[in-house]
Design a protein around this ligand. Structure first.
Ligand code: HEC
Length: 83
């Protein structure tokens, strides 16, 4: 959480491995989880960069890396696959 706050503070300097791509979403919880759980190792990828089916495959690997619970994984996936 502290890290996330620092990210916001230094947002204009575009640090923290790239800009976070905010979307209008019906699933803000999924979006928040995505930003907080998935931005630690690499940039936050735009969800439109991958097709919904591709996210399924990617998330199997990345959920493990992020040590997500099943519920967190599903919430992030729902957000990533929203179009
Ligand atoms: C422990 C570090 C770590 C965490 C946490 C992590 N990733 Fe990754 N991610 C990687 C590494 C390393 C790669 C590149 C190598 C690979 O594909 O395994 C990668 C690659 C990716 C790629 C593919 C990028 C490309 O250009 O092919 C996507 C998309 C991605 N991660 C999404 C996520 C999502 C979504 C989450 C959160 C659920 C997440 N990552 C959490 C380490 C991490």
């Amino acid at each position: 959480m502290k890290y996330l706050l620092l990210c916001f503070l230094s947002f204009s300097l575009s640090s923290c491995g790239g800009k976070e791509v905010f979307k209008n979403t019906k699933y803000p919880t999924g979006q928040n989880l995505y930003f907080s759980k998935c931005g630690g190792c690499h940039q936050i990828y735009d969800r439109d960069r991958y097709a919904p089916a591709a996210w399924d495959t990617l998330m199997n690997e990345m959920a493990e890396k992020s040590k997500l619970t099943i519920e967190e994984k599903n919430q992030i996936l729902t957000y990533l696959k929203e179009r």
